[in-house]
Design a protein around this ligand. Sequence first.
Ligand code: FSO
Ligand code: SF4
Length: 551
Amino acid sequence: MSMFCYQCQETAKGTGCTIQGVCGKKDDVANMQDLLMFVLKGISFYTKTARDKGIEYDEKINKFVFDGLFATITNANFSKQIFIERVTSALEIRNSLRKKLEDAGVNIEVLKPHSSAIWDGTPDTYEEKAKLVGVLATENEDVRSLRELITYGLKGLAAYTEHAFNLGYENKELYKFMQDTLLATTDNSLTSDQLVALTLQTGKYGVEAMALLDKANTSSYGNPEITKVNIGVKDNPGILISGHDLKDMEELLKQTDGTGVDVYTHSEMLPANYYPAFKKYKHFVGNYGNSWWKQKEEFETFNGPILFTTNCLVPPKKDAGYYNKVYTTGAAGFDGFPHIADRVNGKSKDFSQIIEHAKKCASPIEIEKGEIIGGFAHNQVIQLADKVVDAVKSGAIKKFFVMAGCDGRMKDRDYYTEFADKLPKDTVILTAGCAKYRYNKLQLGDIGGIPRVLDAGQCNDSYSLAVIALKLKEVFQKNDINELPIAYNIAWYEQKAVIVLLALLYLGVKNIHLGPTLPAFLSPNVAKVLVETFGIAGIGTVDEDIKMFMN
Ligand code: FSO
Ligand code: SF4
């Protein structure tokens, strides 16, 4: 075994990647990510101590911690170099924080610091150390399972926190929680019950992070509105932007305006089309292609350069036609690919290199024609509330199905297309995240003008689905969210889906079905707790599941 990672749904053999990641992550990168996670725990020891003692520390450290967590998420960053540099910076930050505390008279030894707060090394020792501090360093499989469940929730939380931060929105409680909880994953005195409680707490902060990001997005760009998104192409050369970062989207649209270069979204950037502030740009053509895992074919025919603002990046083969056209920014990274630097002193990122590159490229080849509809985030749906409530009261809508989450490569995910297709015509699908690509191009029709697939937006906009559910609870005067005619059949892939799941559990949602497979990081005992306490279940066959849900 040269690495161990089981944080995503596609993990090898459903148990763990041990030689190289199914996602394309090499063992050295996986190990360097483990080491970074370890040193982030060390930093968290000192930030917690500083807070406990009322000693102020540089705010940049908070950002460094959530950026680091985000970078280790599945499919975001494959650059060994970037992780080596981050570990080195992490050690410097941690050591200077320790010195600051010692200078203030704090006796560190008395506080019995975890080894992540003490270990020191140089880049030539990183690999050796990394192998000792990964997931398997926790021997008890139930403790390991709960620690990792919490950790993956924190990674998702960090991603949403970062997007909000980029738009100037912060909640310092989130930073404190992330750091205190990272540190708690090193605490051998915590019981399983305490770790379960911490898991739900993580969900609570997940709700807060998604609410913050919702506020950041809607305050900056307006409320998403019902939009028909063009999926065809125009004649100009284009840039394809993927990932989730709307600040990058804004700056790219501004900088491409008037240059003769068009902008298209791919995968999780599709919901950018729903925001009033972006719709005004004439050169913002629409969405090209499908979800992240189709990138190998779709980037070939796009012809122009591609900008990754976050995951999900699939490492391209050297002979891929688009190999020299991929750019990363923010948490995304890939060795050898140009990385567009972060904003400095409030100035915009500089996208001129990718824009000049696009000018030399052919225009995209059309792979589809037509439109898809979306923009059903909470504000828009609440405007339609009367119509929706009437449809429920009259029996025109029998049930809602929350089918948010992720898409992925596994053949088993055909289940979701078939499930959407076979659902009775008096049901409505509420979706968010890249899971939608499994059914958003089916002609599922509408119910009295309400489309049968209501797309709220990105995976973080699952928050909108929770707001909608809470609104329905109020309108129908129910005491419990689970009394509503809403079923949850969620597809997961990576750690943002983990924080969405924990957020739903925290909100009291029961009987969530999760597929296409249950997480490998749930030990049998932890899975049992989730089944018994929350009614979590996997998926079966489409026909049986529809029958079960409709009853
Ligand atoms: Fe998908 Fe990837 Fe948005 Fe994830 S593109 S899989 S849960 O990164 O974050 O839905
Ligand atoms: Fe394997 Fe998923 Fe980890 Fe990649 S992120 S190494 S596919 S478990």
